[in-house]
Ligand binder design. Structure first.
Ligand code: GAR
Length: 205
């Protein structure tokens, strides 16, 4: 069983999905703590409803990003966390944070990386006129959505789609992709090779 931390800034639908899959036993891990950088993130109440410990850490209470991340790392260490799952956490991580959890921090991004990094990725893709959009789960480094890609899922952009309907379609795929990748990580089946990620087959016995 791996100890998971989930970091959020908002709604928390990906967080809820992952918690549900751990509860069902589909993921060999348990969510020990949820950390938000926004006091009013709806995700916090949802986590509390599952009895999960929650923390709000505000950047405004710290003199630098480095001091902020030091506080976050201190909380994570207190829970003996194996895997840090960013789920709609809208803040870049410092090198200290990334180095504290090498290849053990993951993020979901609502676009087919390396296209459309950063904010409002679904709108960026829609406005660009792509015919295929999707989502990506990747390891986190200090860059913005630049870490190694673990897995992706695609959706077709139809003529009648709007930014809203496309965002919905992508979110549906996010809810399938993220628990799947977290499951793989909890089973140590994500192998980091020099330039890419390999997924190990499930043991047949
Ligand atoms: C999700 O669509 C996620 O991919 C996106 O924020 C949303 C969070 O929703 N993340 C990013 O854009 C990160 N760059 P949720 O709080 O309901 O999971």
């Amino acid at each position: 069983m791996k100890n998971l931390a989930i970091m959020v800034s908002g709604r928390g639908s990906n967080m809820v999905n992952i918690v549900e899959e751990t509860k069902k036993g589909n993921i060999k891990g348990r969510v020990k703590v949820v950390i938000s950088n926004k006091a009013d993130a709806p995700a916090l109440e949802k986590a509390k409803a599952y009895g999960i410990d929650t923390y709000t850490v505000l950047q405004s209470d710290f003199s630098s990003k480095s001091e902020y991340d030091k506080k976050v790392i201190e909380i994570l260490k207190g829970y003996d966390i194996d895997l840090v799952v960013l789920a709609g956490y809208m803040k870049l991580l410092t090198k200290e944070f990334v180095d504290a959890y090498p290849n053990r921090i993951v993020n979901i991004h609502p676009a087919l990386l390396p296209s459309f990094r950063g904010l409002d990725a679904q709108k960026q893709a829609f406005d660009f006129g792509v015919k295929i959009a999707g989502c990506t789960v990747h390891f986190v480094d200090e860059g913005m959505d630049t870490g190694k890609i673990i897995a992706q899922r695609a959706v077709i952009v139809d003529e009648e789609d709007t930014v809203e309907s496309l965002t919905e379609k992508i979110l549906k795929e996010e809810h399938k992709l993220y628990p799947y990748v977290v499951k793989l990580l909890c089973e140590d089946r994500v192998i980091v090779e020099e330039n890419k990620i390999r997924i190990k087959e499930e043991d047949s016995h």
